[in-house]
Write a protein that binds this ligand. Structure first.
Ligand code: CDV
Length: 311
């Protein structure tokens, strides 16, 4: 028998942030959604990737210009402080994605977890950076994450806070099984993530509906195969004419979607997530200690020369 252990888990999806929108306006929207989430029983609110600005890697520009316009040199800073203050006032934790510039001048696509007292208790820097670093003048837009960000140097860690073991990742990471497995091996109970997924694929003529299908399949399969909750927040809709998918979702360890957004605007979804639900899977079908066979995965890889074993 497992004892029920619930967490009020909310996803705060954002509609578009345009180039002309200020950080102050964006933070006001985030604060508004945090209040809405609290009213619905949330203890933890998940905001999107690069939540404070438009998805700027779609624009070709010099690194110095991007840094000046879109990166945060400190977190919190004066413009974002109201969100930290509200979290403390309401007693709600949150996950937030933003563009980080370190004091040494390195740029990362970063996410933090802030606890109910308004303190940063976890940090992640995006590892799977999609896109390219060169200018593609013939493409309808750019995807310059490889130009503007370094590969994250913090690994996939798990943070024990608010009575829960949180893992976190960002956008493209959600499509990779290793992301979740590395955190599940550290006994993560919930993986929180934000994303900006353009509806159009600039590399091939991918049917638009597949962008949503592959997004949801990734969340659902990895939730089930690791016995974890997954909470994913989109920034979506049309940012200055560039459309991104919505379908923010909260997925249970059964692989089932228990909440999903209906709009492509600011919208909060919230569930009372039983953290013990995953234990059924982790104690039986996905009991890693009992049933995983890493030595055999390694043998196959070595014999076929298919590459390095990953986990
Ligand atoms: N921001 C992202 O990482 N977006 C990717 C796109 C480029 C496919 C994603 O996986 O959603």
């Amino acid at each position: 028998m497992t004892t029920k252990r619930t967490l009020g888990l909310a996803v705060a999806q954002m509609g578009p942030v345009h180039l002309s929108d200020t950080r102050e306006t964006v933070v006001r929207r985030l604060v508004e959604m945090m209040r809405d989430a609290k009213g619905r029983g949330a203890e933890m609110v998940v905001f999107p990737e690069l939540a404070l600005t438009t998805f700027f890697p779609r624009y070709w520009m010099e690194e110095a210009e991007a840094e000046a316009r879109f990166f945060e040199a400190a977190m919190p800073n004066a413009q974002v402080q109201p969100l930290f203050d509200e979290a403390k006032k309401l007693g709600v934790g949150f996950y937030l994605g933003y563009a980080e510039r370190t004091p040494e001048g390195t740029r990362y696509n970063t996410a933090i977890i802030v606890d109910r007292a308004g303190a940063i208790v976890g940090k992640y820097r995006k590892i799977h950076l999609p896109g390219h670093s060169d200018h593609k003048p013939d493409a309808p837009f750019q995807h310059l994450e490889k130009k503007f960000f370094e590969v994250g140097d913090l690994g996939f860690r798990v943070f024990d806070t608010m009575g829960t073991r949180f893992g976190m990742c960002l956008c493209n990471d959600r499509r990779w099984p290793e992301t979740y497995r590395v955190m599940a091996l550290q006994s993560a109970e919930v993986v929180v993530l934000g994303y900006n997924t353009p509806s159009l694929n600039i590399h091939w003529n991918e049917p638009v509906h597949l962008r949503t299908t592959t997004h949801l399949v990734s969340l659902q399969a990895n939730a089930y195969q690791n016995g974890i909750w997954v909470a994913a927040a989109a920034k979506c809709g049309s940012e200055d004419g560039h459309h991104m998918i919505g379908s923010s979702a909260i997925v249970a360890p059964t692989g089932e979607i228990v909440a999903r957004t209906l709009t492509e605007e600011d919208e909060v979804i919230c569930v009372k997530a039983d953290m013990s639900l995953g234990e059924h899977f982790r104690q039986h079908v996905f009991n890693f200690a009992k049933h995983r066979r890493p030595e055999h995965y390694r043998l196959i890889v070595e014999r076929t020369g298919a590459g390095e074993p990953l986990v």
